[in-house]
Design a binder for this molecule. Structure first.
Ligand SMILES: [Zn+2]
Length: 360
């Protein structure tokens, strides 16, 4: 059986890590293109200034217009072409990092991802999620390699709004259940192999860490403090979930997330918030044990993750809307077909209504 494990080349997590950016950039060259929104950049500008003062390297500020679209990737490629940078840096949330990965891939340049929030598992992965200009899911783009460096400054993440951290818990929550479904189905993971024991263990450890440390980490984040529990959750949301989903595969939960983007009301909610509800639908689909469903439901409620459509802004629920989500979830290339049994849009339609009822 062909098993494949992929991961970033290097993962560095520390309180204050960004101030040493120069030493990491210089491993690749002297000039770096920074993909970061104005807001994210200004949050850390003083640290970037400290880093450029400490080390002899140049940062080209490329900006970021908040959505990972084909047009935005091309705009940044043009900036890179004018400046001949040696390395691309993505700084911010998942969309900025995904955009930086897309730019680096097209130019065959190394990429450093610097998450300033722990809201998704995008920093470690070798793919980008591309949206259209209206904010709807368009496609996954897969790359030849994972980021060359993931640089995680826990001090910066501790000062971000706690809702981001909780959204990251939602994204990480699905990892184990999707990994388990793929393992049962002998489905392929993202790089097209079967799961290694290491990847499945990472996914399981991710879930266990969430159950143990989430509430403690939320308290630390609300106090803008770095504690061991917060460090553990940042690692779970970023590294364990990233390695877990990529090397042990995605299944229903993320497909349902993608389906939910068909509803305009859900657009203002974060990826991980939709994935949390997708996880409940996933568990209903596979008729998971009641104890497990109860554990996940009470976990979501305890940390403040959505458990029903109303929590995702869908206040008027109609068959048409649920049908639209179910059909998009079951699109031909969707990961829902990695479940260990055949899933139809009728099954998803029923599971969405049922999960919504259970979660209310
Ligand atoms: Zn995700």
């Amino acid at each position: 059986m062909k098993k494949i494990l992929i991961s970033p080349s290097k993962y560095v997590q520390d309180n204050g890590a960004l101030a040493n950016l120069g030493e990491y950039v210089l491993a690749f060259g002297k000039k770096a293109l920074l993909v970061a929104s104005k807001d994210d950049q200004s949050r850390v500008q003083h640290i970037l200034d400290e880093a450029t003062n400490k080390c002899d390297f140049e940062l080209i500020y490329g900006g970021f217009n908040l959505e990972c679209t084909t047009e935005e990737v091309q705009r940044l490629i043009n900036i890179n072409n004018e400046n001949s940078c040696d390395v691309i840096i993505g700084l911010g949330g998942g969309k900025a990092l995904d955009t930086a990965k897309a730019v680096s891939h097209s130019k065959e340049l190394p990429v450093i991802t610097i998450p300033t929030i722990a809201s998704t598992d995008a920093p470690c992965s070798s793919l980008s999620v591309v949206y259209n200009a209206k904010g709807e899911f368009q496609e996954y783009r897969f790359y030849r390699s994972n980021p060359d460096l993931v640089l995680v400054d826990t001090g910066i993440i501790s000062k971000a709004p706690t809702r981001f951290l909780i959204a990251g818990m939602g994204d990480a929550l699905s990892t184990y259940f999707e990994a388990r479904a793929c393992e049962r189905a002998f489905a392929d993971n993202i790089p097209g192999g079967k799961s290694t024991k290491l990847a499945v263990a990472a996914a399981k450890l991710c879930y266990e860490t969430l159950l143990e440390d989430s509430l403690k980490a939320i308290a630390a984040s609300e106090s803008n403090c770095v504690t061991q529990a917060l460090e553990n959750i940042i690692e779970a949301n970023t590294l364990l979930s990233g390695m877990g989903f990529e090397s042990s595969g995605l299944a229903a939960a993320h497909a349902i997330h993608n389906g939910l983007t068909a509803l305009e009301e859900t657009h203002k909610f974060f990826h991980g918030e939709k994935v949390a509800f997708g996880t409940l639908v996933h568990l209903v689909l596979e008729n998971a044990p009641k104890s497990e469903l109860d554990e996940v439901l009470s976990y979501c409620k305890s940390v403040g993750l959505p458990t029903c459509l109303g929590d995702l802004g869908v206040n008027v629920i109609t068959d048409e809307k649920v049908r639209a989500v179910a059909e998009l979830s079951c699109a031909e290339n969707e990961t829902i077909h990695n479940m260990p049994f055949k899933v139809t849009s009728d099954d998803v339609f029923a599971a969405i209504y049922t999960a919504d009822k259970l979660g209310r």
